[in-house]
Design a binder for this molecule. Structure first.
Ligand SMILES: Nc1ncnc2c1ncn2[C@@H]1O[C@H](COP(=O)(O)OP(=O)(O)OP(=O)(O)O)[C@@H](O)[C@H]1O
Ligand SMILES: [Mg+2]
Length: 320
């Protein structure tokens, strides 16, 4: 197996604000062309980590490298390969969307012609053509977020940091933002995204790191994290008390939860297809008629709750 290259490398990072130790030894690696989602409750240290990576904030201990460059000693080189967007957004409210883009392009030393061309391209990609020549202060939250991201992409950076890119957006705007992020991923951009929406991490990220109290408390793929908190469950509802009772006799010890009032039983299943087939056959033989059946898979919400003891911000987005 080829050794993957860590484009973002954080080793034993510590940071305190006065006596408040905000980061207490964080390790994170993001491989080239992948997305890592940094999850954590309010105040966990997500923005602090992103600001350190972007060279905007100094830190106390540890080693932080972006594209091989040390963020302390080679800040200039780091800034040339990153785009940052999110909670520290810097849009000029009085300038139009197009002017904001061109101005940022000029800051990145693009020629006037190429800044203008790149601005046009980004306005199209981000669905901002109609609003391009209106001042940014007239933009809605979703449009502003898209412009903010577009601005950070003006110099086509290979690495981007997205700090809560969809917080506060309505479901439609969030889906639009996801599409944009997916396109960036398809182009091979390396992304570190912070979010409080587990659904977002689940849908987009290759790897997830959960931090709380300044420490990494879990890392892995969404599937790995989910499998840690629990197994799939089969929920069955029966026609009446008699069938419910005979089902209970047939299923015996595999029942982990029973609701007598609703004639409902819950079973843990390991191999979804095979287990379900066996259970249904056994019930059929016993003539125990099922009126409803559902498989419940652990969600990242379950993971977050079991790890942090805190409920995640739950805001489901309907898949298209
Ligand atoms: N400039 C600052 N001075 C002092 N303390 C700060 C400063 N910035 C952040 N903190 C503290 O550091 C901790 C981590 O903050 P941070 O903004 O990194 O959290 P976060 O995970 O991004 O939270 P959120 O989900 O609310 O954005 C918090 O306790 C916060 O109060
Ligand atoms: Mg934050």
């Amino acid at each position: 197996m080829a050794t993957a290259e860590a484009v973002i490398q954080i080793k034993w990072l510590t940071k305190a604000y006065g006596k408040n130790e905000v980061l207490r030894g964080i390790d994170i690696q993001v491989e080239r062309g992948t997305m890592l989602a940094l999850l954590g409750p309010n105040g966990a240290g997500k923005t602090t980590t992103v600001r350190i990576l972007s060279t905007l904030l100094d830190f106390d201990g540890g080693d932080v490298r972006v594209a091989g460059h040390d963020v302390k000693r080679e800040a200039d080189k780091v800034r040339r390969v990153i785009g940052l967007t999110g909670q520290s957004a810097a849009l000029d409210e009085l300038l139009t969307g197009r002017e904001n883009l061109i101005m940022m392009g000029r800051l990145y030393r693009l020629t006037k012609a190429s800044a203008t061309a790149r601005a046009k391209e980004l306005l199209e990609q981000f669905d901002l053509v109609k609003a391009a020549d209106r001042p940014a202060k007239t933009y809605s939250g979703g449009m502003r977020r898209r412009l903010d991201l577009a601005v950070s992409l003006i110099a086509s950076p290979p690495i981007i940091f997205l700090d809560e890119p969809t917080t506060g957006l309505d479901p439609r705007s969030r889906l639009a933002m996801w599409e944009i992020i997916k396109r960036l991923m398809a182009n091979g951009t390396t992304i570190l995204l912070t979010t409080q929406y587990l659904e977002e991490a689940d849908q987009l990220a290759d790897q997830i790191v959960v931090i709380d109290g300044g420490k990494v408390i879990a890392k892995g793929t969404a599937a790995e994290l989910k499998s840690k908190v629990g197994k799939d469950r089969l929920e069955l509802t029966f026609k009446d008390a008699a069938t419910y009772k005979s089902a209970q006799d047939v299923l015996g010890k595999s029942v982990v939860d029973a609701n007598e009032k609703e004639y409902a039983l819950s079973l843990v299943i390991n191999d979804t297809n095979k287990d379900v087939k066996n259970i249904l056959e056994a019930l059929d033989n016993a003539k125990a008629t099922i009126t409803a059946m559902a498989v419940h898979k652990p969600t990242l919400d379950d993971v977050f709750l079991s790890l942090t003891g805190k409920q995640a911000k739950i805001e489901k987005v309907e898949a298209k």
